[in-house]
Design a protein around this ligand. Structure first.
Ligand code: DON
Length: 563
């Protein structure tokens, strides 16, 4: 693989993967295993908030909860109170749990709620404004994690988030840039403009962002727990704003929200045991791709290796989009999809010399899937590891803040099938298993994952990036096997294919020209794509007794810190 992006130790372009924001080659943060914890997140202040909790004796779950709240303050595009997500925990004693705090459809949601009288999808209805909002799960998820598996109290883990909101924090260039791109959206609502614009103008690097409304919401959660959000004054403001904004959220919906605490999905890839997200998360797609790929020997030809990867991606996404949905509503045929024999039958369909026509693989009439999110990973010195991906879907979610609550609400309803065969924001064409139903959770691509070797964790990873998340996690795992540095496991340029749309997207520097040309001859249409998720990861080398914080160089606001 072409990975020649540095020259003489100086990055040619500071935006190229493996170059940090100073234009230098990125390196992992390393620490001694067993004596030091590690936090890796997409926002530097939030990373520090996690370290502060570890330093006070909190465990990785305490720190994960604190980072979740801190990101809601310092990374408002994506970190959230108004969204949902998944937390994967692997405890030092070998147990593991998967917490699903994904949003759910409001009780009044219907399968056709985004269609007009002619059955056509109404533009923007599932992505903008209150009708796009699913019942948020984040606050219940974080509070459940803390009270069930944490060791500190709410005040302790939320102290940094509250201080960051109340006193504000200084925006670095990358923090300000995230906000600047959304000036137009912020201007449309006075309550949003009053927080995220400075006298009507975009915030600049060096400015202090104070969020007093959000601080008040956080304080009431710290005092009263999740009831403050799901039953108290915050619930009232959410429902009132929803009603005024032609949404359908009710207090009953909020009161009914429950966290699911379950076992992770497990699969075996070569010698590795993979712990990942069961449906509605993206782990089944990850495992299916790994199953297909493990049956192939190494190939010297990169185009051949990539053709196999693209084919594995195609089959796994076609199955996902046709068959998977919220397990409380549909039966997910995981026994079959994840069996090694099914992977073998798929391999037989993959010819060595040409791309497969996706229309022969997709069995549903394709429908489309909807895309901001953030992933972070934490390890404590005791050996607990936590991998969290949570989201409000699009950048700044549905673009609305209810009254004086101070936080953006999700547009996760777009992850459902608005109409079979019509792609969502992420180009996903999904089927009826992911149809909208009251209190159902939309299918997700989020794939927080922990990889074990000989029963020891060696990698904890995950990413944002909508439909590219499972293939991103796949590539981080496969990179571990390639001749790459730890940092390159997350930074190496990526590719993604999901069949529909029928294009391979490739990150700049991912493919050398001859490989690109050979893929084209095989029938792949490869186009450049610049926006890839940050796979904020932790790697562990038990034999070297070293833990590596792998902050993804793509996201300039983030950091990896050892305790
Ligand atoms: O759950 C999902 O699959 C999407 N809502 C995730 C969105 C996402 O990753 C956006 N980030 N770039």
């Amino acid at each position: 693989m072409l990975y020649q992006i540095v020259s003489g130790g100086i990055c040619l372009r500071s935006s190229a993967p493996s170059c940090n924001s100073n234009g230098a080659i990125a390196t992992p943060t390393t620490a001694k295993l067993g004596t030091t914890g590690m936090v890796v997140s997409e926002q530097h202040e939030a990373t520090q908030a996690g370290i502060a909790i570890l330093n006070q004796g909190g465990n990785a779950i305490d720190a994960a909860v604190g980072v979740g709240y801190a990101l809601a303050v310092t990374y408002p595009c994506c970190g959230n109170l108004g969204g949902g997500g998944f937390m994967l925990i692997r405890f030092a004693d070998g147990r593991s749990r998967f917490l699903d705090f994904r949003e759910m459809a409001p009780g009044a949601a219907t399968p056709n709620m985004y269609l007009d009288a002619k059955g056509q999808v109404i533009r923007n209805l599932s992505t903008k404004g209150y009708l796009a909002v699913g019942v948020p799960g984040t606050v219940k998820g974080l509070d459940y994690a803390l009270t069930t598996y944490g060791t500190r109290n709410r005040q302790q883990v939320m102290a940094s988030a509250i201080a960051l909101a109340e006193r504000g924090f200084i925006l670095q260039a990358a923090d300000a840039a995230l906000l600047q791109g959304f000036t137009k959206t912020f201007k449309t609502q006075p309550n949003v403009a009053s927080i995220f614009l400075k006298n009507g103008k975009p915030y600049q690097s060096g400015d202090r962002l104070v969020q007093s409304h959000l601080a008040r919401s956080l304080r009431s959660i710290a005092d009263r727990g999740s009831d403050a959000f799901y039953q108290g004054a915050i619930a009232d403001e959410l429902v009132t704003a929803s009603q005024q904004g032609r949404g359908i959220l009710t207090k009953t919906d909020l009161a009914k929200y429950r966290v699911r605490d379950t076992v992770p999905l497990q699969c075996q890839y070569r010698n590795y045991q993979i712990l990942t997200a069961p449906p509605p998360g993206g782990g089944a797609t990850l495992c299916q791709m790994l199953n297909i790929l493990e049956g192939y020997p190494q190939s010297d030809r990169l185009s051949q290796t990539l053709h196999r990867r693209f084919s594995a991606m195609l089959f796994a996404y076609a199955d996902r989009n046709a068959m998977l949905g919220d397990p409380a509503f549909v039966r997910n045929p995981l026994d079959r999809l994840l069996s090694k024999s099914y992977a073998a039958t798929i391999r037989q369909k993959i010819k060595s010399d040409r791309a497969i026509d996706p229309n022969r693989v997709y069995r549903t009439n394709p429908a489309v899937e909807g895309n901001h999110t953030t992933h972070y990973t934490i390890a404590d010195r005791q050996g607990n590891i936590v991998s969290v991906t949570y989201t409000i879907n699009g950048l700044f979610g549905a673009g609305v803040i209810a009254g004086q609550t101070g936080f953006f609400l999700n547009n996760e309803m777009d992850d459902f099938t608005a109409k079979p065969a019509v792609p969502n924001t992420y180009g996903l064409v999904q089927g009826s298993a992911n149809a909208i139903a009251p209190l159902k959770r939309p299918l997700s691509s989020m794939t927080p994952t922990i990889v074990l070797l000989n029963n020891q964790p060696v990698l904890a990873t995950g990413s944002r990036g909508g439909s590219t998340i499972p293939t991103t996690v796949l590539q981080v795992i496969l990179n571990r096997e390639a001749n790459l540095t730890h940092q390159q496991w997350v930074d190496a340029p990526r590719i993604h294919y999901q069949g529909l749309p029928n294009v391979v997207i490739a990150e700049p520097y991912a493919l050398a020209n001859p490989v690109f040309q050979e893929l084209w001859r095989m029938g792949y249409r490869v186009i450049p794509f610049p926006n890839w998720g940050a796979a904020e990861s932790i790697a562990i080398d038990p034999s070297a007794k070293t833990i590596y914080g792998l902050h993804d160089s793509r996201e300039r606001t983030g950091s990896a810190l050892a305790q």
